[in-house]
Design a binder for this molecule. Structure first.
Ligand SMILES: C[S@@+](CC[C@H](N)C(=O)[O-])C[C@H]1O[C@@H](n2cnc3c(N)ncnc32)[C@H](O)[C@@H]1O
Length: 215
């Protein structure tokens, strides 16, 4: 998701106290302290690559007994998400401008109950495979941060990425359930569409979904 750079966002994003902007990022101060920061011991779920925030906003509205953190590298994009969270007056959301590669700097071991990975960049070239968020190196990081029985919820329109990811999960002997190769055909009333999901399903692309449980 590339937007034309909006320099005013760097100032305006400070209006949202629940956002950790790029000039005051989350780090050691927050690591292991998210329950304290939210002021509740509710389960903690993290969305990786939040984009413009439709998903996290609707999920946090529906599941007020859980806390949610959205991570997004592009501040301009996260600004759109912040406006939605503010409008919905949600107290159970924090948004971080942050690079997922460094995720172990902001969460302690076993601090997270689940990760959502929605329509992550597919990095189709073989030489870029290591950048895919569902690859082994990332999964090993998530495994260290997740509680026992923690989950990854994964959706993508990209079938080659989905098949490759399932192979990665199998190679790690992870338990994979709820596999769908055409999620929208199931008419699941609990499914919350992301911006990319709406766009690609609108083009007729099938949506793939699975859940991975860590031992
Ligand atoms: C294809 S978009 C999907 C956005 C949203 N999840 C959706 O489904 O509409 C992927 C998003 O992940 C973000 N992203 C990619 N790599 C990232 C990284 N290493 N750290 C943080 N965000 C990242 C991109 O900036 C982009 O907004």
């Amino acid at each position: 998701m590339r937007l034309r750079r909006k320099p005013w966002v760097d100032e305006a994003i400070h209006d949202f106290k629940f956002v950790y902007p790029k000039d005051a990022p989350a780090g050691e101060n927050e690591r292991g302290r998210w329950h304290e920061i939210f002021g509740s011991a509710s389960p903690l779920y993290v969305e990786l690559g939040t984009g413009k925030g439709d998903f996290i906003t609707r999920l946090a509205e529906r599941e007020r007994g859980k806390n949610f953190i959205g991570i997004e590298a592009q501040q301009d994009v996260l600004y759109s998400a912040a406006k939605k969270v503010a409008e919905a007056e949600l107290m159970n959301v924090r948004l971080l401008v942050f690079d997922i590669n460094m995720i172990e700097n902001i969460f302690a071991a076993h601090e997270v109950d689940g990760f959502y990975i929605n329509f992550c960049d597919p990095w189709p070239k073989k030489r870029h495979a290591k950048r895919r968020l569902t690859g082994r190196a990332f999964m090993e990081k998530y495994a260290r941060l997740l509680k026992a029985g923690g989950k990854i919820f994964f959706k993508t329109d990209n079938r080659p990425l989905f098949d490759w990811s399932l192979e990665e999960f199998a190679a790690m002997s992870l338990d994979v359930t709820n596999i769908s190769y055409d999620l929208h055909a199931e008419n699941d009333p609990m499914n919350i569409e992301t911006e990319y999901e709406r766009k690609f399903s609108g083009f007729g692309e099938k949506i793939n979904r699975c859940e991975v449980t860590f031992p």
